[in-house]
Each structure stands twice: as structure tokens, then as C-alpha cells.
Design a protein around this ligand. Sequence first.
Ligand SMILES: Cc1cc2nc3c(=O)[nH]c(=O)nc-3n(C[C@H](O)[C@H](O)[C@H](O)COP(=O)(O)OP(=O)(O)OC[C@H]3O[C@@H](n4cnc5c(N)ncnc54)[C@H](O)[C@@H]3O)c2cc1C
Length: 450
Amino acid sequence: MTVSTTLADTISGRVLVGDDIPVAYRADRSGNRPDGEPRVLIIAANVDDVRRAVSFAADAGLSVVVRGAGTGLAGGASAGTGSMVLDVSRLDRILEISPTDELAVVEAGVSAAVLDDAARRHGLRYAPDPASAAISTIGGNIATNAGGLRCVKYGVTGDSVLGLNVVLADGRLLTTGRRTVKGVAGFDLTSLFTGSEGTLGVIVSATVRLQPLPVRTVTIAAHFDDVEAAASAASAVLAARVRPAMLELLDAASVREAQDFLGVRTDAAGAFIVAQTDGFGAEAEAEVVAATFREFTSRLTVGADAATADELLAVRRAALPALQRHGRVLIEDIAVPRSRIADAVRRITEIADRHASRIFTFGHAGDGNLHPIIVIPEHDDAAVERAEAAADAIFSTALDLGGTITAEHGVGVLKRRWLERELGPDSVEIQRRVRDALDPGGLFNPGKVL
Ligand SMILES: Cc1cc2nc3c(=O)[nH]c(=O)nc-3n(C[C@H](O)[C@H](O)[C@H](O)COP(=O)(O)OP(=O)(O)OC[C@H]3O[C@@H](n4cnc5c(N)ncnc54)[C@H](O)[C@@H]3O)c2cc1C
């Protein structure tokens, strides 16, 4: 393949081949690394680069692995033999912010944190806030339909997406959706591409909703004797007919690890929930949340100032990197109906005992979304087997409780073999047909998701 003459001359961004491709492009943050190496890396500078790269890959018989920031946790952006990695993170312009229509038009490589900052100058905010908001791309967030801390009130990424521009397998640039809040003309292709994990096309830009910045925010932090009590308290808050803007839970071991990682020393012990209420009724809602927590614990603080709130949230955000220091981690991402959170954490504790595995649990309790993290010591093959059995049991538990194997990280490679268990054969077959219709040559992310 003479990439230098056939491709490099036509691409405004960068083209790297073979050994020049940095090894980091082979994996995402899940650590999943397929066999072999990608043949070409294109770092696109604009939409024309994306279209040329896709056409080149189709002609050259290469598969296309679209990559945002590579922070995915399901192996969706990992790249091996016979692939072209198409990095769209440099498409990073905010094209428009419309304060009147409360929307923004952004290229795929912009991060949620940068957009949120820009929106703040207009008294607005971009609500979806994955814990990776500063290090991931909106294109990746849309492709995985990422969740975040504020989802419990403001919805997941898809709830903020009004329209997309997508480069298809045949090189066409498709526009989906609209700038209006409502609109039902035709099938909802915006939703189809949202959460498609790089299997249907390359999202190059998006029109997204912005929300008014809340006039005030109240933070409530509570410690509980054990994680089951904390989970029961979370369910009770959700049943109390208030809508917190955040409801995050960490078991006691995760809190200790995160505090140690951050170098924060406190006497606080036990499982932990940090909740926020916001908007005009923030104080009134916070009173209901606090009263509900008091049925389960007396150790709580209400109305933490902004600096303390940031500190509490830093503990939540540090939980994953803290655990990653201890070896390989299997990051699970189940969700259960919100009335079953306590059942889920109890069963996870039993699974950890049964499979002699270290499992730390934290997550977005407000969405019933838990991240049981299985830590596997380096060079311990028996521990790997036990961890895989534990992961299998966790997925079965989620499904038994009426939940899902993945709430926000996506299927990628890692959850592929469990997908049919959740969806059933008919749904998988229909989804394969949709994928074939859009990408008949199997160009995008073969071997992933379906
Ligand atoms: C510390 C940490 C915290 C995290 N917290 C959260 C969290 O709170 N909530 C959450 O949901 N996730 C979280 N994640 C996971 C990850 O950040 C998200 O999945 C994120 O949406 C991935 O974005 P990315 O730009 O890194 O995408 P990548 O990892 O590059 O790609 C992810 C998938 O999307 C596809 N893709 C990427 N860009 C495009 C595009 N423009 N068009 C089409 N397909 C594309 C890829 O092919 C791949 O399948 C976290 C990860 C880390 C490391």
C-alpha cells in the first residue's frame, strides 16, 4: 500500500503508518488490545479528511476504528490487524452557541467540559457530565450515549442531542435531526447513531441542547454503616418524589482508596453518598433528601459550601483511578431498577465472597447504575479466572433484577458475548440487519458490539 502517494497528499491532518503509529492507539482505557497492529492512523483535521479516509479504507480493504479520546471502557476504540484508526479529536471547534435557542453546534472532538465552560458565559450549561468530561470527546460521548453524575435529573447524553452530521460508509455526509426541541418527521436517526459505538458511521458534529444554569445548588453528604444501608437510602430518596440533580454512592472500601489516592485525610468512615439538589427549589428538595437519609444514618452534612462540594465530588471522581493502581481492573457497568439497588449491592458482596475476588462498588445510584470494579493482581492467572466468573455472576444478577449489562460504557468488545442474553435473538438479528443496511461492507468496527 503506497499510503504516502494515495492518501497522505490528500489529507490535511496527519497520516502515520506501521511502526510510526503510537502504541496507545491500539487500546482504549479498558486495556483491551486486539491481535496485531493497525495499518494506518489518520488524525483528521476536518470533515473532508474524514470522508477521504473512509473512502480510502473501503478501497484498501481496511476496517475503520473511529477514535475520540480513547477513554472508552469497553474496547470500542481498540484497533488491531487490518484496521485504520480514524482519530477525530482534532475536529474541536465550537461552531455556534445560541443563547436564545439554548443550543450549541460543536465538532465531535470538543470535550463536554469545554462546551460546558463556554455555555456558562451565557448563563447556560451542557448538562451531560461523564466523570471523564474533561478527557473525553463529545463525539465519543454520543457514540457511547454516555451517562454522568447529573443524569438522574438531566438525562443521558442522548437526551441532549438534537441532531448530528455523520460520515457514512459510502462517504456521504448525512444530516439527522433538527434545531427544534420537538420534531417527529421520519424515523429518529439521531437516536440510532447515538450509542452506536462507531459501528454505523463517523459523527463529525452535533447540535446539542443547553440548559439554564441552576440558580443554586445544595450538596448533601452522608456516611452509612454499610453499602446496603446506603443503597436503601438512595432508593428511598428516589421514592420520595424529589428529583436530586446528583446521587452518587461509594462503598466504604472505594471511599478509602479514593481518599488515599487524593491524599485527603478524614475521620469519615463507612459507605458514602453525595447528593445535590439544584434550581429554585434546591433547599426544599435538600430538606426532603436529608430527612430521608436520616432514616438510615445520623452522619450527614447539608448545604456544603462550593469548595467542600468540589472536594466531595473529587473523591467520587478519583475512585476509578485509585483502584487502577492495584493491578488490572474489570470495570462493570450494570444498572438495575432503582427499587433494587440494595438487592444488587448485597448480591455483589455475596459474589465477591463466592469467587474470592476483590470487588469495589460505586456508581450513579440515582440511575440504579453501579460500577462493580473487580481488581485483579498482576500475574495471577487464577485470579483472572475467578474475576471472569464473578463478572458473569454480576451480569446475571443485573438481568435477574430486571436490569442491563451496560448502562453507559457500551458493549464494545468486552460485553459482546453477553449481549444476546439481555436482548434475545430477535433483537440482535434486527440490529444486525440495521447495521448491514448502513454499512454493507462491514467497514466500521467489525467484531464490536454485535
Ligand atoms: C476516569 C474515567 C471516567 C469515566 N466516567 C464515565 C462516566 O461517568 N460515564 C460514562 O458514560 N463513561 C465514563 N467513562 C468512559 C468514557 O469516558 C466514555 O465512554 C466516553 O464517552 C468515551 O469518549 P471518547 O472520546 O474517549 O471515545 P473513545 O474511547 O475514543 O471511543 C468510544 C467508542 O465510540 C466510538 N467513537 C468515538 N468517537 C466517535 C465518533 N466521532 N463517531 C462515531 N463513533 C465514535 C469509538 O469507535 C468507540 O466505539 C469514563 C472513563 C474514564 C477513563
